[in-house]
Design a protein around this ligand. Structure first.
Ligand SMILES: Cc1cc2nc3c(=O)[nH]c(=O)nc-3n(C[C@H](O)[C@H](O)[C@H](O)COP(=O)(O)OP(=O)(O)OC[C@H]3O[C@@H](n4cnc5c(N)ncnc54)[C@H](O)[C@@H]3O)c2cc1C
Length: 385
Protein backbone atom coordinates (compact mmCIF):
# COMPACT_ATOMS: atom_id res chain seq x y z
CA UNK A 1 0.00 0.00 0.00
CA UNK A 2 1.32 3.43 -0.93
CA UNK A 3 0.61 6.08 1.71
CA UNK A 4 2.38 8.93 -0.04
CA UNK A 5 0.68 11.94 -1.61
CA UNK A 6 1.15 12.88 -5.25
CA UNK A 7 3.40 15.83 -6.05
CA UNK A 8 0.28 17.89 -6.91
CA UNK A 9 -1.34 17.04 -3.56
CA UNK A 10 1.82 18.04 -1.67
CA UNK A 11 2.01 21.29 -3.64
CA UNK A 12 -1.67 21.97 -2.87
CA UNK A 13 -1.11 21.47 0.88
CA UNK A 14 1.84 23.87 0.68
CA UNK A 15 -0.33 26.43 -1.12
CA UNK A 16 -3.06 26.16 1.54
CA UNK A 17 -0.55 26.45 4.38
CA UNK A 18 1.03 29.54 2.84
CA UNK A 19 -2.41 31.11 2.43
CA UNK A 20 -3.27 30.36 6.08
CA UNK A 21 0.12 31.64 7.28
CA UNK A 22 -0.68 34.96 5.58
CA UNK A 23 -4.41 35.34 6.17
CA UNK A 24 -5.01 34.09 9.72
CA UNK A 25 -2.56 36.32 11.62
CA UNK A 26 -3.21 39.28 9.30
CA UNK A 27 -6.89 39.36 10.22
CA UNK A 28 -6.44 37.94 13.72
CA UNK A 29 -8.66 35.05 12.75
CA UNK A 30 -6.88 32.14 14.38
CA UNK A 31 -9.55 30.34 16.31
CA UNK A 32 -7.91 27.27 17.85
CA UNK A 33 -10.32 24.43 18.72
CA UNK A 34 -13.59 23.61 16.94
CA UNK A 35 -13.05 26.11 14.12
CA UNK A 36 -15.83 24.36 12.17
CA UNK A 37 -18.34 24.87 15.00
CA UNK A 38 -17.51 28.14 16.71
CA UNK A 39 -15.21 29.83 14.18
CA UNK A 40 -17.87 31.72 12.26
CA UNK A 41 -16.52 34.27 9.77
CA UNK A 42 -18.41 35.04 6.58
CA UNK A 43 -15.48 37.14 5.35
CA UNK A 44 -12.99 34.29 5.76
CA UNK A 45 -15.39 31.88 4.01
CA UNK A 46 -15.68 34.34 1.12
CA UNK A 47 -11.88 34.44 0.89
CA UNK A 48 -11.74 30.66 0.65
CA UNK A 49 -14.54 30.83 -1.91
CA UNK A 50 -12.55 33.30 -4.00
CA UNK A 51 -9.68 30.75 -4.10
CA UNK A 52 -12.10 28.03 -5.27
CA UNK A 53 -11.68 26.14 -1.99
CA UNK A 54 -15.36 25.59 -1.19
CA UNK A 55 -17.07 22.84 -3.17
CA UNK A 56 -13.63 21.72 -4.34
CA UNK A 57 -14.91 18.38 -5.67
CA UNK A 58 -18.06 19.71 -7.39
CA UNK A 59 -18.43 20.13 -11.15
CA UNK A 60 -16.98 23.35 -12.57
CA UNK A 61 -20.34 24.36 -14.07
CA UNK A 62 -21.65 24.84 -10.54
CA UNK A 63 -18.60 26.77 -9.33
CA UNK A 64 -16.57 23.76 -8.15
CA UNK A 65 -13.07 22.71 -9.15
CA UNK A 66 -13.78 19.05 -10.05
CA UNK A 67 -10.90 17.93 -7.83
CA UNK A 68 -10.80 14.69 -5.86
CA UNK A 69 -11.86 13.74 -2.30
CA UNK A 70 -8.20 13.39 -1.24
CA UNK A 71 -7.51 17.01 -2.29
CA UNK A 72 -10.57 18.11 -0.31
CA UNK A 73 -9.22 16.25 2.70
CA UNK A 74 -5.76 17.81 2.28
CA UNK A 75 -7.52 21.20 2.36
CA UNK A 76 -9.86 20.54 5.30
CA UNK A 77 -7.04 18.97 7.31
CA UNK A 78 -4.83 22.03 6.84
CA UNK A 79 -7.69 24.37 7.77
CA UNK A 80 -8.54 22.55 11.01
CA UNK A 81 -4.91 22.06 12.08
CA UNK A 82 -4.41 25.80 11.72
CA UNK A 83 -7.59 26.61 13.69
CA UNK A 84 -9.15 28.45 10.75
CA UNK A 85 -12.69 29.84 11.24
CA UNK A 86 -14.58 27.73 8.70
CA UNK A 87 -17.98 27.30 10.36
CA UNK A 88 -19.87 29.66 8.01
CA UNK A 89 -19.48 27.37 4.99
CA UNK A 90 -18.79 23.98 6.62
CA UNK A 91 -22.30 22.52 6.44
CA UNK A 92 -22.92 23.81 2.92
CA UNK A 93 -19.61 22.41 1.71
CA UNK A 94 -19.74 19.13 3.63
CA UNK A 95 -23.29 17.91 3.18
CA UNK A 96 -25.80 20.33 1.66
CA UNK A 97 -23.89 20.73 -1.62
CA UNK A 98 -23.32 16.96 -2.08
CA UNK A 99 -27.01 16.33 -1.20
CA UNK A 100 -28.18 18.86 -3.79
CA UNK A 101 -25.83 17.34 -6.36
CA UNK A 102 -27.32 13.92 -5.65
CA UNK A 103 -31.01 14.80 -5.28
CA UNK A 104 -31.64 18.44 -6.24
CA UNK A 105 -33.24 19.62 -9.47
CA UNK A 106 -31.19 21.49 -12.09
CA UNK A 107 -32.74 24.70 -10.73
CA UNK A 108 -31.61 23.90 -7.18
CA UNK A 109 -28.09 23.15 -8.34
CA UNK A 110 -27.82 26.26 -10.51
CA UNK A 111 -29.11 28.52 -7.74
CA UNK A 112 -27.52 27.16 -4.56
CA UNK A 113 -24.21 25.55 -5.52
CA UNK A 114 -22.41 28.61 -6.97
CA UNK A 115 -23.54 30.66 -3.98
CA UNK A 116 -22.17 28.03 -1.57
CA UNK A 117 -18.85 27.86 -3.43
CA UNK A 118 -18.49 31.65 -3.23
CA UNK A 119 -19.04 31.52 0.54
CA UNK A 120 -22.13 33.71 0.20
CA UNK A 121 -24.78 31.62 1.92
CA UNK A 122 -24.93 29.78 5.23
CA UNK A 123 -26.97 26.62 5.83
CA UNK A 124 -28.26 24.94 8.96
CA UNK A 125 -29.57 21.37 9.22
CA UNK A 126 -33.06 20.91 10.68
CA UNK A 127 -33.21 17.23 11.43
CA UNK A 128 -33.22 16.56 15.20
CA UNK A 129 -36.29 17.29 17.32
CA UNK A 130 -36.92 17.16 21.08
CA UNK A 131 -38.22 13.57 20.76
CA UNK A 132 -36.30 12.50 17.64
CA UNK A 133 -32.51 12.46 17.90
CA UNK A 134 -30.89 9.05 17.42
CA UNK A 135 -34.21 7.80 16.09
CA UNK A 136 -34.45 10.55 13.48
CA UNK A 137 -37.28 8.74 11.67
CA UNK A 138 -39.51 9.53 14.68
CA UNK A 139 -39.56 13.20 13.67
CA UNK A 140 -42.94 14.93 13.95
CA UNK A 141 -42.50 18.26 12.15
CA UNK A 142 -45.16 18.29 9.46
CA UNK A 143 -44.86 19.33 5.83
CA UNK A 144 -48.43 19.72 4.58
CA UNK A 145 -48.95 19.98 0.83
CA UNK A 146 -51.14 23.00 0.21
CA UNK A 147 -51.99 24.35 -3.24
CA UNK A 148 -48.77 25.29 -5.01
CA UNK A 149 -46.55 24.87 -1.96
CA UNK A 150 -46.06 23.41 1.49
CA UNK A 151 -46.85 24.49 5.03
CA UNK A 152 -44.25 23.54 7.66
CA UNK A 153 -45.44 23.09 11.25
CA UNK A 154 -43.32 21.84 14.15
CA UNK A 155 -40.12 22.22 16.16
CA UNK A 156 -36.47 21.37 15.60
CA UNK A 157 -33.81 21.17 18.32
CA UNK A 158 -30.02 21.54 18.52
CA UNK A 159 -29.96 23.33 15.17
CA UNK A 160 -26.40 24.62 14.78
CA UNK A 161 -26.10 28.08 13.14
CA UNK A 162 -29.91 28.56 12.80
CA UNK A 163 -29.41 32.10 14.18
CA UNK A 164 -26.90 32.88 11.43
CA UNK A 165 -28.16 30.75 8.54
CA UNK A 166 -29.72 31.98 5.32
CA UNK A 167 -31.32 28.59 4.59
CA UNK A 168 -32.33 25.49 6.50
CA UNK A 169 -32.00 22.02 4.99
CA UNK A 170 -35.09 20.61 6.64
CA UNK A 171 -36.34 17.07 7.11
CA UNK A 172 -40.11 16.82 7.75
CA UNK A 173 -42.99 14.36 7.76
CA UNK A 174 -44.92 14.72 4.52
CA UNK A 175 -47.17 11.67 4.95
CA UNK A 176 -48.19 11.07 8.59
CA UNK A 177 -50.25 8.00 7.60
CA UNK A 178 -47.28 6.11 6.11
CA UNK A 179 -44.87 3.88 8.13
CA UNK A 180 -42.38 6.19 9.83
CA UNK A 181 -39.48 5.77 7.37
CA UNK A 182 -41.71 6.15 4.32
CA UNK A 183 -43.47 9.47 4.86
CA UNK A 184 -40.48 11.82 5.14
CA UNK A 185 -39.33 14.48 2.67
CA UNK A 186 -36.48 16.99 2.47
CA UNK A 187 -36.81 20.72 1.87
CA UNK A 188 -34.75 23.87 1.63
CA UNK A 189 -36.37 26.69 3.59
CA UNK A 190 -35.38 30.35 3.42
CA UNK A 191 -34.77 31.36 7.04
CA UNK A 192 -36.34 34.78 6.40
CA UNK A 193 -39.75 33.21 5.73
CA UNK A 194 -42.44 34.51 8.12
CA UNK A 195 -43.32 32.11 10.96
CA UNK A 196 -39.79 30.89 11.76
CA UNK A 197 -38.75 31.56 15.35
CA UNK A 198 -35.17 30.84 16.44
CA UNK A 199 -34.38 30.62 20.16
CA UNK A 200 -30.79 30.22 21.40
CA UNK A 201 -29.60 27.17 23.36
CA UNK A 202 -26.50 27.94 25.42
CA UNK A 203 -24.13 25.02 25.94
CA UNK A 204 -22.14 24.16 29.11
CA UNK A 205 -19.24 26.32 27.94
CA UNK A 206 -21.58 29.31 27.79
CA UNK A 207 -21.34 29.46 23.98
CA UNK A 208 -24.24 29.93 21.59
CA UNK A 209 -23.96 27.94 18.40
CA UNK A 210 -27.10 25.83 18.42
CA UNK A 211 -30.78 26.67 18.79
CA UNK A 212 -34.33 25.48 18.90
CA UNK A 213 -36.31 26.45 15.84
CA UNK A 214 -40.09 26.73 15.66
CA UNK A 215 -41.98 26.55 12.37
CA UNK A 216 -45.33 28.19 12.92
CA UNK A 217 -47.24 27.38 9.71
CA UNK A 218 -44.35 28.46 7.51
CA UNK A 219 -45.40 28.60 3.85
CA UNK A 220 -42.75 27.58 1.32
CA UNK A 221 -42.99 27.17 -2.46
CA UNK A 222 -43.27 23.78 -4.20
CA UNK A 223 -39.69 24.28 -5.41
CA UNK A 224 -38.56 23.91 -1.76
CA UNK A 225 -38.91 20.12 -2.03
CA UNK A 226 -35.55 18.41 -2.60
CA UNK A 227 -35.59 15.09 -4.41
CA UNK A 228 -38.56 12.75 -4.30
CA UNK A 229 -41.62 13.34 -2.15
CA UNK A 230 -41.81 10.87 0.80
CA UNK A 231 -38.39 9.39 -0.10
CA UNK A 232 -36.40 11.68 2.20
CA UNK A 233 -35.32 8.90 4.55
CA UNK A 234 -33.44 7.17 1.76
CA UNK A 235 -31.75 10.44 0.80
CA UNK A 236 -30.64 11.06 4.40
CA UNK A 237 -28.46 7.95 4.70
CA UNK A 238 -25.71 9.17 2.36
CA UNK A 239 -25.94 12.68 3.85
CA UNK A 240 -25.14 11.28 7.29
CA UNK A 241 -22.09 9.55 5.85
CA UNK A 242 -20.89 12.92 4.47
CA UNK A 243 -21.56 14.40 7.91
CA UNK A 244 -19.63 11.74 9.78
CA UNK A 245 -16.66 10.83 7.63
CA UNK A 246 -14.57 14.02 7.71
CA UNK A 247 -11.37 15.05 9.47
CA UNK A 248 -13.33 17.39 11.80
CA UNK A 249 -14.25 14.26 13.79
CA UNK A 250 -10.58 13.73 14.66
CA UNK A 251 -8.91 17.14 14.71
CA UNK A 252 -11.34 19.43 16.56
CA UNK A 253 -9.07 19.40 19.61
CA UNK A 254 -5.78 19.09 17.73
CA UNK A 255 -4.65 22.73 18.25
CA UNK A 256 -5.09 22.24 22.03
CA UNK A 257 -3.10 19.01 21.98
CA UNK A 258 -0.28 20.62 19.97
CA UNK A 259 -0.04 23.67 22.25
CA UNK A 260 -0.33 21.61 25.46
CA UNK A 261 2.50 19.27 24.38
CA UNK A 262 4.65 22.29 23.59
CA UNK A 263 3.83 23.76 27.03
CA UNK A 264 4.63 20.43 28.75
CA UNK A 265 7.98 20.29 26.96
CA UNK A 266 8.88 23.84 27.95
CA UNK A 267 7.97 23.15 31.59
CA UNK A 268 10.04 19.94 31.61
CA UNK A 269 6.90 17.91 32.38
CA UNK A 270 7.68 15.43 29.63
CA UNK A 271 10.54 14.10 31.75
CA UNK A 272 7.83 12.14 33.58
CA UNK A 273 7.69 8.79 31.71
CA UNK A 274 4.01 8.26 32.57
CA UNK A 275 3.02 11.56 30.99
CA UNK A 276 5.33 10.96 28.03
CA UNK A 277 3.62 7.63 27.53
CA UNK A 278 0.12 9.17 27.57
CA UNK A 279 1.09 11.93 25.15
CA UNK A 280 2.83 9.45 22.85
CA UNK A 281 -0.25 7.23 22.85
CA UNK A 282 -2.49 10.18 21.94
CA UNK A 283 -0.10 11.09 19.09
CA UNK A 284 -0.28 7.57 17.73
CA UNK A 285 -4.07 7.54 18.03
CA UNK A 286 -4.31 10.87 16.23
CA UNK A 287 -2.28 9.34 13.40
CA UNK A 288 -4.59 6.29 13.32
CA UNK A 289 -7.74 8.47 13.36
CA UNK A 290 -6.34 10.51 10.48
CA UNK A 291 -5.70 7.35 8.46
CA UNK A 292 -9.27 6.16 9.08
CA UNK A 293 -10.53 9.43 7.60
CA UNK A 294 -8.12 9.16 4.65
CA UNK A 295 -9.51 5.68 4.05
CA UNK A 296 -13.01 7.18 3.68
CA UNK A 297 -11.69 9.72 1.14
CA UNK A 298 -9.78 7.00 -0.66
CA UNK A 299 -12.93 4.87 -0.94
CA UNK A 300 -14.81 7.88 -2.36
CA UNK A 301 -11.97 8.46 -4.85
CA UNK A 302 -12.30 4.84 -5.94
CA UNK A 303 -16.03 5.40 -6.60
CA UNK A 304 -17.05 3.28 -3.60
CA UNK A 305 -19.67 4.22 -1.02
CA UNK A 306 -18.30 4.17 2.52
CA UNK A 307 -20.87 3.29 5.21
CA UNK A 308 -19.46 1.56 8.29
CA UNK A 309 -16.07 3.12 7.50
CA UNK A 310 -17.45 6.60 8.27
CA UNK A 311 -19.00 5.28 11.50
CA UNK A 312 -15.64 3.80 12.49
CA UNK A 313 -13.68 6.99 11.85
CA UNK A 314 -16.21 9.13 13.75
CA UNK A 315 -16.45 6.77 16.69
CA UNK A 316 -12.68 6.43 17.00
CA UNK A 317 -11.96 10.12 16.39
CA UNK A 318 -14.56 11.65 18.70
CA UNK A 319 -13.69 9.45 21.67
CA UNK A 320 -10.07 10.44 21.10
CA UNK A 321 -11.02 14.13 21.10
CA UNK A 322 -12.60 13.63 24.52
CA UNK A 323 -9.51 11.86 25.81
CA UNK A 324 -7.30 14.70 24.58
CA UNK A 325 -9.38 17.19 26.58
CA UNK A 326 -9.03 15.08 29.75
CA UNK A 327 -5.29 14.44 29.42
CA UNK A 328 -4.58 18.10 28.67
CA UNK A 329 -6.62 19.20 31.67
CA UNK A 330 -4.65 16.84 33.90
CA UNK A 331 -1.40 18.55 32.81
CA UNK A 332 -2.37 21.75 34.58
CA UNK A 333 -3.82 20.53 37.86
CA UNK A 334 -6.41 22.80 39.49
CA UNK A 335 -5.52 25.87 37.37
CA UNK A 336 -6.61 23.89 34.31
CA UNK A 337 -10.18 24.43 35.48
CA UNK A 338 -9.93 28.22 35.02
CA UNK A 339 -12.15 29.33 32.15
CA UNK A 340 -11.07 31.59 29.24
CA UNK A 341 -10.54 35.14 30.44
CA UNK A 342 -9.85 34.16 34.09
CA UNK A 343 -6.55 35.56 35.42
CA UNK A 344 -3.83 32.88 35.43
CA UNK A 345 -5.80 30.45 33.24
CA UNK A 346 -3.27 28.26 31.40
CA UNK A 347 -3.45 28.44 27.59
CA UNK A 348 -6.08 31.13 28.13
CA UNK A 349 -8.57 28.68 29.63
CA UNK A 350 -8.69 26.40 26.60
CA UNK A 351 -8.24 23.16 28.65
CA UNK A 352 -11.29 23.97 30.82
CA UNK A 353 -13.34 24.94 27.78
CA UNK A 354 -12.32 21.74 26.00
CA UNK A 355 -13.45 19.52 28.88
CA UNK A 356 -16.81 21.27 29.09
CA UNK A 357 -17.35 21.05 25.33
CA UNK A 358 -16.10 17.44 25.02
CA UNK A 359 -19.37 15.54 25.67
CA UNK A 360 -20.75 17.07 22.45
CA UNK A 361 -18.23 15.23 20.24
CA UNK A 362 -19.82 11.83 20.76
CA UNK A 363 -23.38 13.18 20.50
CA UNK A 364 -23.44 15.56 17.51
CA UNK A 365 -23.79 13.87 14.13
CA UNK A 366 -24.83 10.55 15.71
CA UNK A 367 -23.93 9.21 19.14
CA UNK A 368 -21.12 6.75 19.83
CA UNK A 369 -23.70 4.05 20.62
CA UNK A 370 -25.49 4.53 17.30
CA UNK A 371 -22.17 4.32 15.46
CA UNK A 372 -21.35 1.10 17.30
CA UNK A 373 -24.72 -0.26 16.13
CA UNK A 374 -23.81 0.61 12.53
CA UNK A 375 -20.40 -1.03 12.92
CA UNK A 376 -21.99 -4.15 14.36
CA UNK A 377 -24.74 -4.47 11.75
CA UNK A 378 -23.18 -3.13 8.54
CA UNK A 379 -19.49 -3.66 9.33
CA UNK A 380 -19.53 -7.01 11.14
CA UNK A 381 -22.80 -8.33 9.71
CA UNK A 382 -24.28 -9.05 13.15
CA UNK A 383 -28.08 -9.40 13.38
CA UNK A 384 -30.00 -6.12 13.79
CA UNK A 385 -32.26 -7.37 16.58
C1 LIG B 1 -23.19 20.30 19.58
C2 LIG B 1 -24.34 19.67 18.88
C3 LIG B 1 -24.73 20.17 17.65
C4 LIG B 1 -25.83 19.60 16.99
N1 LIG B 1 -26.22 20.14 15.78
C5 LIG B 1 -27.31 19.64 15.16
C6 LIG B 1 -27.78 20.24 13.96
O1 LIG B 1 -27.20 21.21 13.46
N2 LIG B 1 -28.90 19.74 13.39
C7 LIG B 1 -29.56 18.67 13.89
O2 LIG B 1 -30.55 18.24 13.30
N3 LIG B 1 -29.15 18.07 15.06
C8 LIG B 1 -28.05 18.54 15.70
N4 LIG B 1 -27.62 17.97 16.88
C9 LIG B 1 -28.42 16.91 17.47
C10 LIG B 1 -27.76 15.53 17.46
O3 LIG B 1 -27.76 14.97 16.17
C11 LIG B 1 -28.54 14.65 18.47
O4 LIG B 1 -28.29 15.21 19.74
C12 LIG B 1 -28.09 13.21 18.43
O5 LIG B 1 -28.52 12.61 17.23
C13 LIG B 1 -28.64 12.41 19.64
O6 LIG B 1 -30.00 12.61 19.80
P1 LIG B 1 -30.60 12.95 21.26
O7 LIG B 1 -29.82 14.11 21.80
O8 LIG B 1 -32.07 13.10 21.09
O9 LIG B 1 -30.26 11.71 22.17
P2 LIG B 1 -31.10 10.34 22.24
O10 LIG B 1 -31.34 9.84 20.86
O11 LIG B 1 -32.28 10.54 23.13
O12 LIG B 1 -30.06 9.38 22.94
C14 LIG B 1 -29.86 9.36 24.37
C15 LIG B 1 -28.89 8.24 24.70
O13 LIG B 1 -29.47 6.97 24.31
C16 LIG B 1 -28.58 6.28 23.43
N5 LIG B 1 -29.35 5.58 22.40
C17 LIG B 1 -30.43 6.05 21.72
N6 LIG B 1 -30.85 5.15 20.82
C18 LIG B 1 -30.03 4.07 20.93
C19 LIG B 1 -29.94 2.81 20.26
N7 LIG B 1 -30.78 2.48 19.28
N8 LIG B 1 -28.94 1.96 20.62
C20 LIG B 1 -28.06 2.28 21.59
N9 LIG B 1 -28.10 3.47 22.27
C21 LIG B 1 -29.06 4.34 21.95
C22 LIG B 1 -27.71 7.37 22.79
O14 LIG B 1 -26.47 6.85 22.37
C23 LIG B 1 -27.56 8.36 23.95
O15 LIG B 1 -26.52 7.93 24.80
C24 LIG B 1 -26.53 18.51 17.56
C25 LIG B 1 -26.11 18.00 18.81
C26 LIG B 1 -25.04 18.57 19.46
C27 LIG B 1 -24.63 18.03 20.80
Amino acid sequence: MDFSFTREQDAFRQEVQEFLGRELPAENLRHYEDGWITGFSRSFSRKLGARGWIGLTWPTRYGGQARGPIERLVLTEALLRAGAPVAAHWIGDRQVGPSLLAHGSEEHKAFFLPRITRGEIVFCIGMSEPAAGSDAAALQTLAIEDGDGWVIRGQKAWTSFAHQADYCYLVARSDPAAPKHKGISEFVVDMRTPGIIVRPLIDMVGEHHFNEVFFDDVRIPASGLIGQKHRGWYQIASQLDFERGGIERVLSNYPLFRDAVEHARRQGLTRDPRLRDRLARLSVELAVGRLLVYRVAWLLSAGKVPTWETALSKRFGTELEQEIAEVVLSLFGITGLLMPGAPGAPLDGRPARAVLYAPAYTIQGGTGNILRNILAIRGLGLPAD
